[in-house]
Ligand binder design. Structure first.
Ligand code: GTP
Ligand code: MG
Length: 329
């Protein structure tokens, strides 16, 4: 046995072979994954196990919901200043990142294919919130069908790369390739000669697990492969290194500004700002407050940047971060 498999591993494998249900197969496969030595000599076995884990997860899920067939779709309503989807290979640390940056508590585990459904959480940044959606992993031959539409609907993506795994940077390539097959391109800008239906989604790369041995070398590989395409942020979700900088960057990358509103004769509501894209106007703010407000808007006064206090401004007035606006409708 070239891979030096332990008796415990072989026992788990026997359990897998005896299993009657997908649930039992899944339990045995998780054990096998935990007991499998992770080095070059077991590369092939690791890949096989990943594929089997994915299959068993699907089957177990099917067993649970049995009568339901066909694709599932997820549409997660946007909340807060913007919506990010976290994407990455199995085990990259997506779920731990979401649980560190938000109050959501997705399952985190040392085996791949832990996350089976999208889980949204809200990340606080100063007085605003940003939505982060944890998702199931993507590999060269596995991707949940609904992921591309979830990604296309989002404001941006966090591509999580595993620096703790020899294969991490290449597993991230596989994620990009798999998405490209369904015309969803992370990063870059639309080109005139691109095929119909291609969409680009703004992307930040999160190089995770910098605390692990060999991570610094793999970071070099990541920078070589992706440094031109995405901003790279180095973190450890485990030790929290770099997480507060990442939080700032996640907000800033949305490129929005905060605007506070006030009622005539009352102080501004500083607790809950609205966010609009940078360069947005009074009309953008109005439509953010209420669908019908742009039509009803009579006038507005602004306190803040580039105006005298309480100046009445036209509808196309460009607002600035932290302006206070009094709307008369
Ligand atoms: N040392 C270290 N371990 C980490 C770090 N981030 C995540 N992990 C561990 O890596 C394993 C996988 O983490 P998850 O957050 O479940 O990974 P995931 O990307 O959600 O995995 P899937 O749901 O299978 O796609 C867990 O054992 C985590 O504790 C990190 O920065 N450093
Ligand atoms: Mg997960």
């Amino acid at each position: 046995m070239p891979a030096n498999l332990t008796p415990q591993y072989l026992e788990a494998e026997a359990e897998f072979k005896r299993a009657q249900t997908a649930e039992e197969r899944l339990a045995a496969l998780k054990k096998m994954w935990a007991l499998l030595p992770k080095h070059k000599g077991t590369d092939k076995l690791q890949a096989e196990l990943k594929a089997k884990l994915s299959e068993a997860r699907d089957e177990a899920e099917q067993e649970k919901r049995s009568p339901k067939k066909g694709g599932i779709s997820y549409k997660i309503p946007k909340q807060g200043a913007g919506q990010y989807v976290l994407l990455g290979a199995p085990n990259a640390g997506k779920s731990l990142l979401v649980s560190r940056l938000t109050r959501a508590t997705p399952e985190v585990a040392a085996y791949p294919f832990t996350t089976r459904e999208p889980v949204p959480g809200m990340m606080e940044w100063q007085d605003v919130q940003v939505e982060l959606i944890d998702t199931p992993p993507i590999t060269a031959d596995f991707m949940e069908g609904y992921l591309s539409s979830l990604v296309r609907a989002a404001d941006a993506v966090l591509l999580v790369v595993d620096l703790g795994d020899e294969d991490g940077p290449f597993a991230a390539e596989a994620v990009l390739d798999r998405l490209a097959q369904v015309k969803t391109i992370l990063g870059g800008a639309p080109k005139p000669d691109e095929p119909h239906g291609v969409e680009h989604v703004r992307t930040l790369l999160v190089a995770n697990k910098i605390d692990l041995p060999g991570a610094a070398d793999r970071l070099e590989v990541v920078r070589d492969l992706f440094g031109q395409r995405f901003p790279v942020h180095v973190v450890s979700a485990e030790t929290r290194q770099g997480l507060e900088d990442l939080r700032d960057e996640i907000y800033k990358f949305l490129d929005v500004i905060r605007v506070y509103t006030k009622k005539p004769g009352k102080p501004a509501d500083l607790a809950a700002p609205f966010t609009i894209r940078r360069g947005g106007t009074l009309m953008d703010l109005a439509s953010r407050i209420h669908r019908e407000l742009p039509e009803k808007l009579k006038s507005a006064r602004v306190w803040g940047t580039g105006v005298f206090d309480g100046q009445t401004v036209p509808r196309d007035h460009i607002l600035h971060d932290r302006d206070v606006v009094e709307i008369h409708a």
